[in-house]
Design a protein around this ligand. Structure first.
Ligand code: NAI
Length: 308
């Protein structure tokens, strides 16, 4: 079984590193456009095999799509990341061309492939990948909500002094600083509502910190983050490859679900060997429904930059 990761930069290399350590694929192809870059990163990772004990092979290639032939899953991280002060949306033009070309090349050699889109602005890139490829909707998945939900759990665990593993909390909506919706009223600490422990101000503070989680890191590091994004992408790939039926928020194509049509946006879905399998319906409050609608409007506006 083969997995391809396109883009050997910060997020792509971290995704590949997480995947190779999991030992879930015979072969991982790491592809980048920059000559020798993916080859170097892949060799460095292979040299950890004797130390970490995995048997998966990882091979780096420069723009060689023939090597990706027969991939079951691909993760697309190619494109430019944001710099401090930039929004994810400002990356649209450059990344749209890259994502479209990469998707075309992947499908040529792996017609049954499932594609996970990471490049930003992710919801629009996922919609573009779906529309330009003509692949069945279940085989195009956007990664954003899995990361935002992990960041939400981090903020909750920090405030509650709780293990993040005991928290159940998800973020839905668009993958943007102002469009994501951390569902704090639904969050639990081992089945106990977190709102039992936090007053309204504390809840609002956690929601705010979650929403600017990526921007906070970009300001600190000077470019966007990679450890949690790479871990989130790898967890989703594992759920596909091992048919785990794990529930993640992912950007998927809606046809009436959550009151929206013809849009890719983050909702809870089951991830398994079919790609995304089922959209999980949630009972949202009137206020949450309003926020979701506003989020969808913002994502749709971004899509129009490419499609109008
Ligand atoms: P990076 O600059 O470290 O890596 C991007 C890599 O893509 C570079 O090595 C570049 O050579 C390569 N590349 C560019 N054009 C290519 C092409 N046509 N074919 C193959 N490779 C190509 O950037 P980083 O930090 O890895 O971020 C990658 C993307 O992921 C950005 O768009 C960023 O905004 C996004 N991102 C998305 C997240 C999410 O939750 N969806 C989280 C973090 C980053």
């Amino acid at each position: 079984m083969k997995i391809t990761v396109v883009g050997a930069g910060a997020v792509g290399a971290t995704t590949a590193d997480n995947l190779v350590r999991r030992n879930i694929a015979e072969e991982i192809i790491l592809l980048d456009i920059k000559e020798g870059f993916a080859e170097g990163k892949a060799q460095d990772m292979m040299q950890t095999s004797a130390l970490l004990g995995f048997d998966s092979k990882i091979k780096g290639v420069t723009n060689d799509y023939l090597s990706t032939a027969g991939s079951e899953v691909a993760v697309i991280t190619s494109g430019i990341p944001r710099k401090p002060g930039m929004t994810r949306e400002e990356l649209i033009g450059t990344n749209a061309n890259i994502v479209k070309t990469v998707v075309d090349n992947l499908i040529k050699h792996s017609p049954d492939i499932i594609i996970l889109i990471v490049s930003n602005p992710m919801d629009t890139m996922t919609y573009l990948a779906l529309k330009s490829s003509g692949l069945p909707k279940n085989r195009i998945i956007g990664m954003g909500g899995a990361l935002d939900s992990a960041r939400f759990k981090y903020q909750l665990s920090d405030k509650l002094n709780a293990s993040a593993n005991d928290l159940n909390a998800i973020v839905i909506g668009g993958h943007g600083d102002t469009t994501m919706i951390p569902l704090i009223k639904h969050a639990t600490w081992n089945s106990v509502a977190v709102t039992d422990f936090l007053n309204e101000d504390e809840q609002a503070d956690i929601v705010k910190k979650t929403m600017v989680g990526g921007a906070t890191l970009t300001a600190l590091i000077g470019t966007s983050a990679w450890y949690a994004p790479g871990a989130a992408a790898a967890a989703m790939v594992e759920s596909i490859v091992k048919d785990q039926n794990r529930l993640f928020t992912a950007s998927v194509y809606l046809e009436g679900e959550y009151g929206q049509e013809d849009i890719n946006i983050g909702v809870p879905v089951i991830i398994n060997k079919k790609g995304w399998d089922k959209i999980v319906p949630m009972k949202l409050s009137a206020e949450e429904e309003e926020l979701f609608k506003a989020s969808a409007d913002a994502v749709r506006k971004m899509n129009q930059v490419l499609f109008d």
